[in-house]
Design a binder for this molecule. Structure first.
Ligand code: NAD
Ligand code: 2HG
Length: 485
């Protein structure tokens, strides 16, 4: 590749017979396509030096990191659903990508239509990326969950089709913990009921069954990012904290881990759930667990709607055994805002709405300006790194692979990314293909059935890149090949 390749557009060679040659587009199958009009370019080094490019940066050695792109930015199609924060939109639009933004989620059929030609999709908790939806996503290379939970995505299907998934593991944890602290006091003081009464014009000054939280015991189920933040805040209000987790974890402050869920339930005055949605956490709080809770205790669920058996909770509250509850999440949640919290959505919605001292919120645990803007930056940055450089650090369904950036001092390099089935013999065959070139650095890792290889090769010409691509594509274990340069 001539040095001028850095500064001018290059026409892509076409095969005479019109077969696939080296069209460059950000397709799942790299990068190499057939359009006679397609050209690619690398940014000029001066752009970064003048600070006019948001993406050019320096490596730790001071060299200008090279922007790896086998495609034109405007060809990268991104669909952002569920009101992803402006910070994330700015980063993606700043790259020059085509970004379509919608405030709500989409019903499955519309989603299947829309997802057909996008390369990147950004969602929050409402968009279900099932295997049926993903099967229609022929160009998709990466999914950004602008939230913590990734249960809405078929992670296994995505990985086996070479689609990388990123999330934001803790940017909204503090917001959830603060909401739960607020709910503990609100339940102890029956604040929701008093406020509703006043809204209806009723003055009802009572102290019966209203409590201070000082000296009460908080039981946290799932002592991860949210549970441990909550632990610190609760202790600072004078509460005793116990927690139950499947992993043995050090408690913050004076918090103590208890060996069984039943022990936590029978000891705590307030029980709060912070576990992920998993087969093992489905209806984790059901009739037996509610019966095991102390008479007059309180339940909070801001994790996932599948964790609490709601009809059982309704019974326990009607019986007066549970004195109050706060729910932020539900088995079925609407795609957007509106008058949807009815029996049509969940068959017990009216029962819930009739209960006293029950705080119902529309999945707002992580909905603060601070959390959403931090998540926007974190996930959009991960998407840009993946699209432009193939870096998977932070991915939730792929091995984490990264190489130091190529620099502008290395003009004739290409980065080969080969996502493949994790079976014996593939690496030998890949290295036979790469072996005709100088492999400067290489990293490979596997996760379950999928392996991810990244290699930087030097002194490659356009025709070498096309050849490498074709040979890698011909391997039967190939899932996705991308070559970035
Ligand atoms: N309401 C909201 O807006 C909101 C916001 C953020 C997260 N969430 C939900 O909260 C969940 C927890 O978030 P996090 O960031 O604390 O997650 P995390 O992964 O940091 O912690 C989860 C903890 O649960 C434990 N765990 C898993 N299975 C368990 C089981 N069967 N029994 C006991 N413990 C178990 C894990 O070991 C881990 O320590 C998320 O998965 C997400 O679904 C909701
Ligand atoms: O913002 C959302 O939709 C999801 C919030 C929360 O449940 C999460 O998983 O981070």
């Amino acid at each position: 590749m001539p040095a001028s390749a850095l500064t001018e557009n290059i026409k892509i060679p076409q095969k005479q017979n019109g077969e696939n040659s080296v069209r460059r587009e950000v397709s799942r199958s790299l990068s190499i396509s057939t359009s006679p009009h397609d050209a690619f370019h690398h940014r000029q080094p001066s752009m970064g030096l003048e600070g006019s490019s948001p993406t050019l940066r320096r490596t730790t050695t001071g060299a200008v990191a090279k922007q790896l792109k086998p495609f034109r930015e405007q060809d990268v199609k991104i669909l952002l659903l569920e009101n992803v924060n402006q910070t994330g939109r700015d980063i993606l639009q700043g790259q020059g990508y085509q970004v379509e933004f919608l405030k709500s989620s989409l019903p499955e059929d519309q989603l299947i239509e829309k997802i057909k030609d996008v390369h990147v999709i950004g969602i929050r908790s409402k968009t279900k990326l099932t295997s049926r939806v993903l099967a229609a996503a022929k160009n998709l290379i990466v999914i950004g969950c602008f939230c913590i939970g990734t249960n809405q995505v078929d992670l296994q299907y995505a990985a086996s089709h070479g689609i990388c998934v990123f999330n934001s593991p803790f940017s909204n944890s503090r917001s959830v913990a603060e909401l739960v602290i607020c709910e503990i006091i609100a339940l102890a003081r029956q604040l929701g009921d008093r406020s509703n009464e006043m809204h209806r014009g009723t003055w009802n000054k009572v102290s019966a069954k209203c409590w201070e939280v000082r000296g009460k015991t908080l039981g946290i189920i799932g002592y991860g990012h949210i549970g441990s933040q909550l632990s610190v805040l609760a202790e600072s209000m004078g509460m005793d904290v116990i927690y139950y987790d499947v992993v043995n974890l050090m408690g913050m402050g004076n918090a103590r881990q208890v060996p069984s869920l039943d022990q936590l339930l029978s000891t705590a005055d307030f029980v709060t759930c912070h576990v992920p949605e998993l087969p093992e956490t489905m209806n984790m709080i059901s009739k037996h667990q509610l019966d095991t809770m102390k008479q007059g205790s309180y339940l909070i669920n801001a994790s996932r709607g599948s964790v609490v058996d709601i009809p059982a909770l309704v019974d326990a509250m009607r019986a007066g055994h549970i004195a109050g509850a706060a729910l932020d999440v539900y088995p079925a949640e609407p795609a957007g805002n509106g008058d949807y919290f009815t029996n049509e959505l969940n068959p017990w919605a009216e029962d819930l709405r009739s209960l006293k001292n029950l705080i119902l919120t529309p999945h707002i645990g992580g909905s603060t300006e601070e959390a959403q803007s931090a998540i926007g930056v974190e996930v959009a940055d991960a998407l840009v790194r993946y699209v432009n450089e193939g870096v998977t650090v932070g991915a939730v369904n792929m091995p984490e692979v990264s190489l130091r950036s190529l620099t502008m001092d290395e003009p004739n390099h290409a980065r080969v990314i080969f996502i493949h089935q994790n079976v014996p013999g593939v690496l030998r065959r890949v290295n036979e293909i790469l072996g005709d070139h100088n492999v400067d650095k290489q990293m490979t890792d596997s996760r379950g059935d999928v392996a991810y290889l990244m290699a930087d090769v030097s002194s490659v010409r356009d025709e070498d890149i096309a050849q490498l691509y074709r040979e890698l594509e011909s391997l039967k274990e190939r899932i996705i090949t991308r070559i970035l340069y």
